[in-house]
Design a binder for this molecule. Structure first.
Ligand SMILES: [Zn+2]
Length: 254
């Protein structure tokens, strides 16, 4: 399916229209689909650590990350520990996509890389999908791609060593940030990858000695994208391949 050229309709908030092209699902909308989906939408600036939806909450808003913003879906254990299930950025949406309508969320969604989101009422999204077969198809295919990403993470966490998983995570974050410089602390990265901080420190130091990254205060700077791809497991590339097959108009570009 060919990507639609975004042609703004005249009845939508200016702030929403300006930012539309920064999300790869939204950029495919036709003017008629924009009319269905975007009235009432607003652009929200989000800091790292912002809670978008908690486990058990009704999914009343759906967030479409714009360039640079990335959220993680994390699961909270009974003892309060958390681990990351997957990440979502400008290729996708958070909330109300897989769990349709006002059903409770299973995972907690937290902003990991700060930035902007287009926020849309989930009820409006559901109504738009009911009226537009193409929108319904688009979000069904996105749900499939997101599920594939989660499944790949399950296998990755079970089978692949930490250094490869870390490289995979950094590549995913780069895709969303559109930058070689990531605002992420060792502590947060350790939490997302489910390891001790000291273990994370050793792994990042090793990646630095291999010339792949450099660490600064609260940031990780990627030196070699190609090197990081070579050092990562195949999980990142595998998810990309599925995205390209399922959502060719949305698949992240390099
Ligand atoms: Zn892997």
């Amino acid at each position: 399916m060919a990507a639609a050229t975004p042609q703004p309709s005249s009845h939508l908030p200016a702030a929403a229209l300006e930012r539309l092209a920064q999300n790869r699902l939204l950029v495919t909308l036709s003017p008629a689909e924009q009319e269905l989906l975007l009235p009432g939408a607003d652009v929200v600036e989000l800091e790292a650590g912002t809670l978008l939806v908690d486990s058990g909450d009704d999914v009343v808003s759906t967030y479409f990350p714009l360039l640079g913003m990335m959220a993680t879906l994390v699961l909270v254990m009974a003892d309060g520990s958390v681990a990351e299930a997957t990440t979502i950025g400008r290729e996708g949406a958070i909330g109300g996509v897989v769990s349709a309508g006002h059903k409770p969320a299973f995972a907690r969604a937290i902003v990991q890389l700060p930035g902007s989101c287009l926020r849309i009422d989930t009820a409006r999204l559901e109504a738009a999908k009911a009226k537009s077969p193409r929108l319904h198809d688009l979000f069904a295919r996105y749900a499939d791609a997101l599920l594939a990403q989660v499944l790949q993470s399950v296998v990755c966490n079970a089978l692949h060593p930490l250094d490869q998983r870390c490289c995979r995570w950094l590549l995913s974050a780069m895709d969303r940030a559109g930058s070689d410089e990531l605002e992420i602390t060792q502590e947060l990265l350790a939490q997302m990858l489910g390891v001790q901080r000291t273990t994370m420190t050793r792994t990042l130091r090793d990646l630095g000695q291999r010339g792949l990254i450099r660490q600064a205060r609260g940031r990780i700077i990627i030196h070699s994208h190609e090197g990081l791809e070579a050092a990562a497991c195949d999980c990142h590339a595998s998810v990309h391949r599925h995205f390209r097959r399922i959502l060719p108009e949305v698949a992240p570009r390099r």
